[in-house]
Write a protein that binds this ligand. Structure first.
Ligand SMILES: CC(C)(COP(=O)(O)OP(=O)(O)OC[C@H]1O[C@@H](n2cnc3c(N)ncnc32)[C@H](O)[C@@H]1OP(=O)(O)O)[C@@H](O)C(=O)NCCC(=O)NCCS
Length: 164
């Protein structure tokens, strides 16, 4: 994505936080005040990261972010965040396409050896997607999220990068 995509990205991200709040660590309440300049920093981050989008004729249909850890001792790890495909566009391979782009981008990050992510443990669609791409579960965090009065566990998943 490029900086000029900030407006549709901001909208899709807020839609995602409203539609499936239990899928994300952040919340609408925390992000609805973000400016387009804030969102542009996601698209063009200082630290090797990127955001990828799937565009249909007139709209942004899906998104995913990939970044690397900033701390010196953790810079060999990348993470995937903000994976979302709008409901009308699901089941057409968009998420798989986005994940391929994110993983390929992580491969270009010098010294990065694995891609990590966390996913709500009962999110069968997302867990199945990540497993089909080679991610395996390395941890399970009970009661990781508390959303609208309900507790959710998270699965921690990682993909080792070939040749690293
Ligand atoms: C999870 C999500 C991103 C999948 O998007 P999508 O574009 O519909 O997924 P794709 O069409 O690319 O499917 C890719 C793979 O995901 C898995 N998958 C997708 N939907 C599934 C479902 N309903 N049940 C089981 N597996 C599913 C399958 O492995 C599928 O591969 P296949 O079609 O070869 O079987 C989408 O449902 C979504 O945005 N959900 C809400 C937000 C969310 O959960 N984000 C993840 C946060 S960690």
């Amino acid at each position: 994505m490029s900086a000029s995509d900030a407006a549709p990205l901001r909208q899709l991200r807020l839609d995602a936080l409203v539609e499936t709040p239990e899928s994300f660590g952040s919340s609408y309440e925390e992000e609805h005040t973000l400016t387009l300049a804030d969102i542009q920093e996601w698209i063009v981050p200082a630290n090797d990261g990127a955001m990828f989008g799937v565009f249909t004729a007139d709209a942004l249909a899906g998104m995913v972010g990939v970044g690397r850890q900033r701390k010196l001792k953790m810079r060999h790890k990348a993470h995937v965040w903000s994976m979302y495909v709008a409901p009308a566009h699901r089941g057409r391979g968009f998420a798989r396409l986005l994940m391929h782009a994110a993983i390929a981008h992580a491969q270009t990050m010098r010294g990065v050896r694995q891609v990590q992510l966390s996913v709500t443990a009962n999110n069968t669609a997302a867990v199945t997607l990540y497993a089909s791409l080679g991610f395996t579960v390395y941890g399970h965090e009970p009661e990781a999220l508390f959303v609208n009065g309900q507790l959710y566990d998270e699965a921690l998943m990682a993909l080792p990068l070939a040749g690293k």
